[in-house]
Design a protein around this ligand. Structure first.
Ligand code: AMP
Length: 562
């Protein structure tokens, strides 16, 4: 009989019982003069000693404002040095960092601020088409400005501080730079007192993820979750202080702040940020000029780099490793990354926010066919089982839902015990909603999703959320949002709409309705109209049939993936 689909990772290297702040302090003690942070678009360079000092000053300033351990501090900004400083400063002060996607617009920001009761929000003034300050102001009626640099609002009872990264200050906003400046002369005793009581099991980070149930949920992660995941991801790439990691992926996601920042800091490696948001040429230039040894990206980013017209002009010979993750990784792209980008030790990671995030990673010495066609083997200290619809473990080689257990499983969804219990069962298993197959040697293949989430260029899009929004359109009777295969983004958003009796509308009208209201990447690329949806006997829309039919009509194919 075949073995059951259950695996447990190696345990020869112990888990660290450390806080995120400890990790930076230890790095500063061990590698004080090594470069920690390079931010190309800001011309910022900090050593480990420098990064530690700056983060400590910011932590002291935040405590001096009156913020208390356990308070939530949102950050709504593209990648920059301030983001990394805020990540460490909040952790040192025991504050819970709340990552807010820079593509969010007012509806989503409003939800995020309320859902977790942020007491402070660190925000960039603007980025691309998003004027963050104007959006924040539009959420607060006139009378809500407390005068000076504070906020008082019945709408957001917890919110007090809006901390702006550069730009002209409007009423109610305070300057991040001034706060850092104040930290230089702040009394260190309050930070020392707080640090003395920090516990690695305390929540330190909330990231929004929607699952299948519509509105985003705040996955709550502890120091212990992300310190260890970052460390073992770095181990998986054989990281050391000589490594220089190019991070073009966003910091608001685990890919940036755990697989990027914490993997580097736990190994004394250098973090190199090429740009505020992904830009293929900036990433290639950063690798070449900073002599990076590692490069991260979702598959679409690697495709954009490989296909860039100036690709051949950049010397990428310093590259050795890096991570491709976040969405199914096409085998052909993996081969090109190894051959043309010199990333002979590139690894694939699989995971999800709720598991801090990584649970599978291919090893640098795994056979080449396994390295390009699977997500590797289970991570140290992590257990995984694959189950059928009844919850029974399936034999090796059979598909089923992947469940994860161990140190990496989140604390739960913020103040939502019901949905936490739906995701993590009484035995501690996180039900991922992903369909996977484990082979006899423990290599894993992700074959689909139980839930019908769309992944567009590495961004997770939850059809239900867009459907909920489109239901607000007066002419929309029913709507099904599905992901359609796309060569560039992996998937594109398609909304299929049933209009109300007698109503007429065109695709343009629907797209206009979404623009500026929901994040740009959620605005449907395709809008189709239908009289009926294919339904199951129990009344559920059969999205896979809609998807198949549309893909056929559009003549698009799904890429073969790991
Ligand atoms: P997130 O919570 O944003 O990290 O998204 C997690 C989801 O991304 C997983 O549940 C998977 O569906 C998908 N995912 C992440 N990495 C991979 C991968 N290497 N291959 C296939 N799907 C992946």
């Amino acid at each position: 009989m075949s073995e059951p689909s259950y695996v447990c990772g190696r345990t020869d290297s112990p888990l660290f019982y450390r806080t995120v702040g400890d990790v930076l302090r230890l790095a500063a003690e061990q590698w004080p003069d090594r470069e920690a942070l390079v931010v190309c678009h800001q011309q910022v360079r900090l050593t480990y000693a420098g990064l530690y000092e700056r983060a400590k000053e910011l932590a002291m300033a935040m405590l001096a404002l009156g913020l208390q351990p356990g308070d939530r501090v949102g950050i709504w900004s593209p990648n920059n040095s301030e983001w990394v400083l805020t990540q460490f400063a909040t952790a040192q002060a025991g504050l819970i960092l709340v990552n807010i996607n820079p593509a969010y617009r007012t509806v989503e920001l409003d939800y995020a601020l309320r859902a977790v009761g942020c007491r402070a929000l660190v925000l960039a003034p603007s980025f691309k088409s998003s004027d963050y300050v104007a959006m924040m102001r539009s959420l607060l009626p006139q009378g809500d400005w407390a005068g000076g640099d504070g906020v008082r609002s019945g709408k957001y009872p917890s919110l007090e501080f809006l901390i702006q990264l550069g730009g002209d200050l409007r009423q109610g906003f305070m300057s991040f730079d001034a706060l850092c400046e104040a930290g230089r002369t702040a009394d260190p005793s309050s930070l020392e007192a707080v640090e003395g009581h920090l516990d690695p099991d305390q929540p330190i980070n909330i990231q929004f993820t929607s699952g299948t149930t519509g509105l985003p949920k705040g996955a709550t992660l502890t120091h212990f979750n992300i310190v260890n995941n970052g460390f073992f991801v770095g181990e998986g790439m054989r990281f050391g202080p000589q490594d220089r990691l190019c991070i073009p992926v966003p910091l608001y996601h685990c890919f940036g702040m755990v697989l990027g920042v914490l993997a580097a800091v736990t190994h004394g490696a250098t973090m190199v940020f090429p740009s505020e948001a992904f830009d293929a040429e900036a990433a290639l230039r950063a690798v070449a000029t900073e002599r990076c040894t590692a490069l991260h990206g979702v598959p679409t980013m690697f495709i954009a780099e490989l296909d860039h017209p100036r690709f051949r002009e950049f010397d990428l010979s310093s590259l050795r490793t890096g991570i491709m993750a976040g969405a199914p990784c096409p085998i052909a792209v993996m081969r090109r990354v190894i051959d043309e980008m010199h990333m002979r030790e590139v690894t694939i990671c699989y995971g999800m926010t709720e598991t801090s995030p990584v649970s599978f990673q291919s090893g640098v010495e795994d056979p080449i066919d396994k390295r390009v066609s699977t997500v590797g083997r289970v991570h140290p200290h992590v257990q995984v089982k694959i189950i059928d619809a009844e919850g029974a473990v399936v034999p090796r080689g059979s598909p089923g839902e992947l469940c994860t257990r161990g140190y990496c499983v989140m604390r739960g969804y913020w103040e939502d015990p019901e949905r936490s219990a739906e995701a993590v069962d009484a035995a501690g298993w996180m039900h991922t909603g992903d369909l996977a197959v484990l082979d006899e040697d423990g290599y894993c293949n992700i074959v689909g999703r139980v839930k019908d989430m769309i992944i567009r260029g590495g961004e997770n899009i939850y059809p239900r959320e867009i459907e909920e929004f489109l239901y607000r359109h007066p002419k929309v009777l029913d709507v099904a949002v599905v992901g359609i295969a796309d060569r560039k983004y992996g998937e594109e958003v398609c909304a299929v709409i049933r209009l109300r009796e007698g109503a007429s509308a065109d695709a343009q009208e629907i797209v206009e309705f979404c623009r500026g209201q929901i994040a740009h990447y959620k605005v449907p690329r395709y809008v189709h109209f239908a009289r009926e949806f294919p339904m199951t006997v129990t009344g559920k829309v059969q999205k896979y049939l809609i998807r198949q039919q549309l893909e056929q009509e559009l003549g698009v194919e799904r890429a073969r993936t790991a």
